[in-house]
Write a protein that binds this ligand. Structure first.
Ligand code: B12
Length: 300
């Protein structure tokens, strides 16, 4: 991609008008990308007008190209320019084929092939995009195939075990280097679906939180004890099964027993159908969780 402005000249800066022209991004989109995602951080004149360096203009053009091939700006903002370039060459449709290949391999009980494909996607996408763009759709497909009896329970179990292992690896690899506030991730008894909580822990960890993953199916008292012992600023529970009255009861008990200053975040596909007590918040998506995590960092 040829640059329209002088490369490597940080002392030369350009006004917004030039950036709009050079990138093809509207002023509105530019401001949104900066405000919400900090994709670049332009300098300001004493009068408050934005001034962009050449490398920032190039970065914006790269980000625009990546968005045009289907990536989400929220997934791109923290990437280096080199990583952005790799994303431009990797259209988002790739994981669709990959999901089908994994499901096919599971149907043949070919765990090696499924594991190989999962590994390819992890190294291509990186931890956070792997969770969002690949694991989410994969579990959805496995669930559909299982519900319509095209995939048996044994195949589903192979898939769950492989995903569990990949997600655990990401969490372990990211463990060092986090110093942000502690958030616990778990599921309340009798919820045994643990993968959503694990994905949430990874995404929050990447946003600067120190995630503690407690596994699944925990009684309220255990979570309260862990929150106190770990001085957690928030507890995030994943609710996947729909309409389980015990889970709803346990969310209420958990809110009652946690200190008021400890946030209680409830996510997962079953969360919107719960009647939540005051002080418990539905955090619907992994993107919402990123925003909550950043807010928590600011409140330190
Ligand atoms: C893997 C799996 C299992 C595995 C779980 C293994 C494990 N180690 O976790 C096992 C075999 C144990 C299992 C058991 C059961 N399962 Co199951 N399972 C699934 C499957 C395929 C994936 C589940 C999963 O992890 N989803 C979690 C994430 C990926 O999805 P999500 O909830 O939409 O979450 C998204 C966001 O909300 C966010 N998120 C999730 N959690 C959180 C938390 C926070 C804080 C935040 C911010 C965000 C967030 O992340 C996701 C991003 O995409 C689903 C299919 C599906 N589509 O989910 C069925 C599914 C959930 N299971 C189902 C059923 C029926 C069962 C069983 C009742 C089956 C049975 N007869 O025994 C049992 C119940 C177990 C129990 N008591 O809890 C149904 C639930 C239907 C319903 N209406 O409740 C589903 C939907 C399958 C289907 N299509 O019918 N299951």
């Amino acid at each position: 991609m040829a640059s329209v402005v002088q490369p490597n000249a940080d002392h030369v800066t350009y006004p917004l008008r030039v950036v709009v022209e050079a990138t093809g991004l509207s002023e509105h989109v530019l401001r949104a990308w900066e405000r919400r995602h900090s994709i670049v951080q332009p300098q300001r004149t004493p009068g408050g007008s934005r001034r962009y360096r050449a490398r920032e203009i190039d970065r914006l053009r790269l980000a625009k190209s990546a968005v045009e091939v289907g990536h989400r700006i929220g997934d791109l903002a923290q990437l280096s320019d080199q990583e952005l370039r790799a994303f431009v060459q990797r259209p988002m449709s790739a994981p669709v084929g990959a999901v089908e290949r994994v499901v096919g391999a599971l149907g043949r009980f070919d765990g090696n092939e499924a594991e190989r494909e999962i590994g390819v996607q992890l190294s291509a996408l990186g931890g956070v995009s792997f969770c969002r763009s690949f694991v989410g759709p994969l579990l959805e497909r496995i669930g559909e195939e299982w519900a319509s009896q095209r995939l048996c329970v044994a195949s589903e179990h192979i898939g769950s075990a492989l995903v569990r292992s990949a997600l655990g690896g990401i969490l372990r690899a990211n463990r060092s280097g986090t110093s942000g506030p502690t958030v616990l991730f778990t599921t309340l008894a009798p919820e045994t679906h643990e993968l959503g909580a694990l994905m949430a822990a990874i995404v929050a960890g990447a946003a600067g939180i120190t995630p503690h993953f407690l596994g699944s199916d925990l009684p309220v008292g255990e979570i309260v004890g862990a929150a106190s012992g770990a001085a957690a600023r928030a507890v995030a529970v994943s609710v996947v099964s729909n309409g389980d009255s015990a889970t709803a009861r346990n969310v209420r008990a958990l809110r009652r027993r946690l200190p008021r200053s400890t946030h209680l975040w409830v996510g997962g596909r079953g969360a919107p159908s719960l009647v939540l007590p005051r002080g418990a918040e539905v955090v619907s998506t992994l993107e919402d969780l990123e925003s909550r995590s950043r807010l928590l960092l600011l409140q330190r």
